[in-house]
Design a protein around this ligand. Structure first.
Ligand code: FE2
Length: 229
């Protein structure tokens, strides 16, 4: 009897999940992904650090594949596929969002720091747009963390992400890696204490279709979601 009741409960729970609407109700919203600074090494408009100047140097064409240069030469390091969805706080997909990423190369140097000399195969910067379901994807490398100023700035491994939607403010944040030992020494990482947000921002790589893949979803607060939000 008990078993039957348990089974019935499980079936009812499964049916309830199936009946859930695709969109959350207004009172049940998703926590927005935290805004984090673009930092001084954004390739389109780098500011650099004092004594560590940066230069604008964008290789063309810019695509969503950062793992090879225009001559087809491959980037050093572990190649990964990053994909995900951009949505508003109700879970509604945001189509037509411009998504940009940039990170250090496999030698932990930004493109704007050395013009790509330390790894000419790594594009350093990529751009794409979300489709009707709010989906985007990039091929890139898994970057390492870096120190600057003899360890005064200590960062864990991260990929910078910028999202732009018509009518919204530009949104910048970072993607992290759940198994990265340097997470514990990074002040940006440690500031995100909510376990759900941390799980969304610190990805776990899964091997699938010959690629190490990461899923990184972005939830945009209304001021960034633009006219669609
Ligand atoms: Fe950075």
């Amino acid at each position: 009897m008990n078993n039957r009741r348990t089974l019935l409960k499980s079936i009812l729970a499964a049916v309830a999940v199936l009946l859930l609407p695709g969109r959350l109700s207004a009172s049940d919203t998703l926590a927005p992904t935290p805004f984090l600074t673009a930092g001084p090494f954004y390739p389109r408009d780098p500011s650099g650090l004092p004594f560590l100047p940066a230069r604008t140097t964008l290789p063309e064409p810019v695509t969503n594949d950062l793992t090879r240069n225009r001559r087809g030469e491959p980037a050093l390091g572990q190649h990964i596929l990053v994909s995900g969805r951009v949505m508003d706080i109700t879970g509604r997909p945001l189509a037509g969002a411009v998504v940009e990423i940039w990170s250090v190369n496999a030698r932990n140097i930004y493109l704007v720091e050395d013009g790509g000399a330390s790894d000419p195969g790594f594009a350093g910067f990529g751009v794409t747009a979300t489709d009707a379901e709010g989906r985007y994807s990039f091929r890139t490398i898994r970057p390492g963390g870096y120190d600057r100023y003899f360890g005064l700035i200590r960062r864990t491994a991260h990929i910078h992400v910028l999202v732009k939607l018509a009518g919204g403010e530009p949104f910048t944040t970072e993607m992290w890696f759940a198994d990265e030992p340097r997470n514990s020494i990074d002040s940006f990482f440690r500031r995100v204490t909510d376990p759900g947000l941390q799980a969304r921002m610190a990805v776990i790589l899964n091997r699938s279709d010959g690629f190490d893949q990461a899923q990184f979803d972005l939830v945009l607060a209304p001021r960034y979601a633009g006219r669609a939000g």
